[in-house]
Design a protein around this ligand. Structure first.
Ligand code: AMP
Ligand code: MG
Length: 419
């Protein structure tokens, strides 16, 4: 390989010694353990894994329920004019009995009185004071949900391990529960590092830049449904890093950004060692995100994310999200899709290249998706890939991945969304 080869990479022998992105993902999945179940308010449980079995406490519906506003009647009265004995609203117990020649006015959700064979919608009758004339054709059972027709009492309706959806919340609430046992969400702590950083609202002086990783990681965590992470900042001194690590002790996952590479002020690996964390891996054969580090202290996972913002974004997307899913008791895997490149991408000789891209639906494309790569000028560049909805995985090798080549990609966050 010559220096003019576009796929040449500096430090090839070192790159070859590093672990690959698949092994790194496996190690993340191996190190992250599911949290112990806890009882939480039902309103907070959506998206979590259920850690108990939910059994219907009674029949649903618990009584034969009127499904329309109308009249509870007997079928023999079709076409007849009958007496209205009274009205039953939703929430009323409804005494009395429907019989030939005698009906009740009834509202949606009310229990049908004994003897009801059908409910005739209000729109289909003619009312004259306390009497109604019924239509000539009435189907037995129409507009009545029989007791237990949705779910009989005692039936298992949700099993441990299922993800709680909004419909599952409705089921659990119907079964009389306002708390539920779940695998709780992990708590994240974000630690930004670097004395060049100022918060986004502060005017930077020469040499300073604004902290973009901090706000980005906070929203990426929230996008996964996690509680808002704490955000602390450490300057490039071991004491400052140690202090933020100690203050982040409550978190299940600590995300440090920057300071994880080989510069004079890249003290995160040393700080983690002094903190007593064991390094699981450091450096991965990938672009962006080569300096990625994973360490563990007891049950706490600590990621040393690269400082370059796109690399931070990618490492959260691929690795941190996998750790979160594992701690939540879910499968860690990313769902890989297939699509066709619409423009060539330079391969990296010894690294898997994850290119931010925009996937657009296309019926005639392999896998149903066309992939428009949005490569920036470097792993720091978040401007070019700002509208990306996925990362394409370009295997290492020589030359280019050509237009129309079929590659795997993974959705970013809650994509696909229309672009
Ligand atoms: P480092 O690994 O600390 O040398 O950081 C690599 C690059 O990322 C440097 O150009 C840093 O200025 C930049 N960087 C580090 N942290 C952040 C951050 N929180 N927001 C934006 N850029 C950052
Ligand atoms: Mg730094």
């Amino acid at each position: 390989m010559t220096a003019s080869d576009p796929s040449a990479e500096a430090g090839l022998p070192e790159l070859r010694r590093m672990i690959g992105p698949d092994e790194a993902l496996q190690l993340v999945a191996q190190e992250a353990v599911a949290k112990s179940p806890r009882t939480v308010p039902l309103a907070e449980s959506c998206g979590m894994q259920l850690a108990e079995t939910i059994v219907a406490d009674r029949d649903y519906p618990p009584f034969p329920r009127a499904m329309m506003d109308g009249y509870a009647i007997t079928v023999a009265d079709a076409g007849e004019t009958v007496d209205v004995l009274g009205e039953i609203a939703a929430g009323e117990a409804g005494s009395g009995r429907v019989a030939p020649g005698r009906c009740f006015e009834i509202m949606t959700g009310a229990p049908c009185p004994a003897g009801t064979e059908a409910v005739v919608p209000r729109e289909q009758i003619r009312r004259d004071a306390a009497r109604v004339t019924l239509p000539g054709r009435i189907v037995p059972g129409q507009h009545i949900a029989p007791q237990g027709s949705e779910c009989p009492g005692g039936k298992t309706v949700l099993r441990s391990g299922e993800t709680i959806s909004p419909l599952a919340v409705a089921v659990i609430a119907s079964c009389g529960r306002d708390t539920v046992r779940v695998i709780p969400r992990p708590r994240l702590a974000v630690v930004t590092t670097g004395r060049e950083l100022v918060p986004p609202g502060v005017a930077p002086t020469m040499g300073q830049i604004r902290d973009s990783n901090g706000p980005m990681l906070v929203v990426m965590a929230r996008d996964l449904g996690l509680p808002a992470p704490t955000h602390r900042h450490a300057d490039d001194r071991l004491e400052s890093l140690a202090d933020t690590l100690h203050r982040s002790a409550q978190a299940d996952i600590v995300l440090l950004t920057g300071g994880v590479s080989v510069g004079n002020y890249d003290l995160v690996p040393k700080a983690l060692e002094l903190f007593g964390a064991k390094t699981v891996f450091h450096k991965v054969r990938q672009k962006p995100g080569k300096p990625l580090l994973l360490a563990r202290k007891d049950k706490q996972l600590l990621f040393g994310l690269p400082g370059n913002p796109l690399a931070t974004h990618f490492c959260f997307h691929r690795y941190v999200a996998a750790a979160v899913r594992r701690m939540e008791g879910k499968p860690s895997g990313l769902h890989a899709m297939q699509g066709e490149l619409v423009a060539p991408v330079d391969r990296k000789a010894a690294r898997t290249y994850f290119v931010a891209a925009c996937a657009e639906h296309a019926k005639d494309a392999t896998g149903g998706w066309r992939l428009r790569p949005l490569p920036g000028v470097s792993s720091a560049d978040v401007f070019a890939p700002c509208s990306a909805n996925c990362y394409i995985e370009v295997p290492s090798g020589k030359g280019v991945a050509a237009t129309a080549e079929v590659l795997s990609f993974t959705w970013i966050g809650n994509a696909p969304w229309p672009n």
